[in-house]
Design a protein around this ligand. Structure first.
Ligand code: GRF
Length: 209
């Protein structure tokens, strides 16, 4: 099977992006990150991508008159690179339904909570404030809501009484770096399909080419 072409959208340090690049390089993902786009000029993720020799650049939304124009540019970039899948990895913008429909490729996101709990910003802080005993991370398809799309994979971590936002975030992040590459590999192998909200993962021998 041909390697799948992946785009990654980022805004910050890019550790999840790096875990995907690493998994592509050592064959755990049958894919290649062909373009990285940031909405922030100074995102460390761009430095990482350049070091890997991956096409990468910033598209700064403040340079576009409207969100629609901005998203048209994003969509154009994806089509120029003939991307199969779009991966959001710490991309701090909500993509509009128009964009999601226009690109017509699956879009994945990773969120640092056990969805549907604690959507939106500061999920780890929300978990601590709520007093849950367990939290974790979720890889899901992006739909028209914020962190509401069908769930692909989740990983659970304990929450300890003396946890800070930082310590819990670190524990969750370690799991993120395992979980996101696993989900991307399932996608690249054609082993994921949706039945309504439910995501069905087929066994390896039942791969859909
Ligand atoms: C991660 O916690 C991810 O779950 C969330 O944003 C953070 C991005 O971190 N969506 P990084 O840029 O991948 O290091």
């Amino acid at each position: 099977m041909d390697k799948r072409r992946l785009a990654v959208f980022v805004s910050g340090r890019g550790s999840n992006m790096q875990s995907i690049i690493d998994a592509c390089k050592d064959g755990r993902i049958n894919g290649e990150v062909v373009v990285v786009i940031s909405d922030k000029e100074n995102a460390f993720a761009l430095t990482r991508a350049k070091k890997e020799g991956i096409s990468s650049f910033c598209l700064d939304p403040s340079r576009f008159a409207t969100k629609q124009e901005y998203e048209e540019k994003l969509a154009q970039a994806i089509s120029e690179y003939a991307v199969d899948y779009l991966l959001l990895a710490g991309f701090m913008r909500v993509l509009s339904p128009v964009f999601i429909n226009a690109v017509r490729i699956p879009i994945l996101n990773i969120h640092p909570s056990l969805l549907p709990a604690f959507t939106g910003l500061h999920a780890q802080r929300q978990a601590l404030e709520y007093g849950v005993r367990f939290s974790g991370c979720t890889v899901h398809f992006v739909d028209q809501g914020v962190d509401t799309g069908p769930i692909i994979l989740q990983a659970v971590v304990p929450v300890y009484p003396d946890d800070t936002e930082e310590s819990l975030s670190q524990r969750i992040l370690q799991e993120e770096h395992q979980l996101y590459p696993q989900a991307v590999q399932l996608l690249c192998e054609g082993r994921i399909r949706c039945e309504g909200r439910k995501v069905i993962i087929t066994k390896e021998e039942q791969k859909v080419e």
